[in-house]
Design a protein around this ligand. Structure first.
Ligand SMILES: O=C(O)CCC(=O)C(=O)O
Ligand SMILES: [Fe+2]
Length: 268
């Protein structure tokens, strides 16, 4: 497993070196995108949305199922929020940071932030306890969603804003660098989507500090490894926002639930 890879710092423009790295490996890691106060504000906002959604028992947002689970205390929590940016001003405003525009350059022509497309801003909250319903995620490519949508694959990037300090034993994002260049057959059949949680000989462990930002190509094989530590130390929060291209496809409360979304809900 690769753990020692190059990290970058984001400035006003994407350097040629950064662009080349991203094109070759299909991911890039920028350190210190936001500071500790900003991390705290984003977490606090998610806690407020959680309380509201628990009270009104929100099951879907714009057709996307919301995943609930149980915290260490036994209290119910939201473990996967979709379109959370549409439910809190702090999260909506966060997306106005001009540095997101800088990142669009990696998405090519017509690239935009998918704040009201796909699953919008996703907020994942993992915690490893006997009762937790969300501790890992099997191998998958995000681009597969396009095939479930029945549409031609448009390049899609996933921007991650990491809100927890991680060590290798905390599990987290595992990717296979370079697999974004694979053909359709490998994308569909290299591994059993969401069902396979086995480590891969070529995987790389993304090990972020709270406040770091990563981008991975939607066609890259990746998974979320389970934390080998339990309890409070296993808590992991990460935000994802897609960079999309192609036809503008906003979702609203009448949007249907897609097949892959039903499927993903069945997998622990
Ligand atoms: O939690 C993560 O770091 C990755 C989640 C993921 O791959 C997904 O939601 O598609
Ligand atoms: Fe993913």
């Amino acid at each position: 497993m690769v753990t020692n890879y190059r990290r970058f710092t984001l400035t006003e423009t994407i350097s040629t070196e950064q662009k080349n790295f991203f094109e070759e490996y299909g991911f890039i890691h920028f350190e210190n995108f936001i500071n500790a106060d900003a991390v705290k504000a984003l977490i606090t906002a998610s806690e407020e949305v959680k309380r509201r959604w628990l009270v009104s028992d929100v099951q879907k947002v714009n057709g996307v199922p919301i995943k609930y689970g149980v915290d260490l205390s036994g209290q119910p929590i939201v473990q996967r929020f979709a379109f959370i940016n549409q439910h809190h001003p702090v999260l909506a405003e966060f997306l106005l940071d001009p540095r997101f525009n800088t990142l669009l350059e990696l998405g090519g022509i017509g690239a935009r932030l998918g704040d009201c497309e796909k699953d919008g801003m996703v907020f994942n909250h993992y915690v490893n306890s006997p009762k937790s319903k969300f501790t890992q995620m099997g191998w998958h490519v995000d681009g597969l969603r396009e095939i479930f949508y029945g549409k031609k694959l448009n390049p899609m990037l996933n921007v991650g804003i990491h809100l927890s300090d991680l060590k290798l034993e905390n599990g987290g994002l595992r990717i296979i660098p370079g697999t974004h260049k694979q053909g359709l057959a490998s994308m569909l059949f290299k591994k059993a989507h969401f069902l396979n949680n086995e480590p891969d000989a070529n995987e790389l462990a993304i090990i972020p500090k709270a406040g770091d930002l990563t981008i991975h190509d939607g066609r890259l094989w990746h998974r979320v490894g389970k934390s080998s530590v339990v309890g409070e130390q296993s808590r992991r929060r990460v935000i994802y926002i897609p960079i999309v291209t192609g036809k503008y496809q906003p979702k609203d409360e009448n949007s249907p639930t897609l097949l892959y979304q039903r499927f993903a809900g069945l997998v622990k």
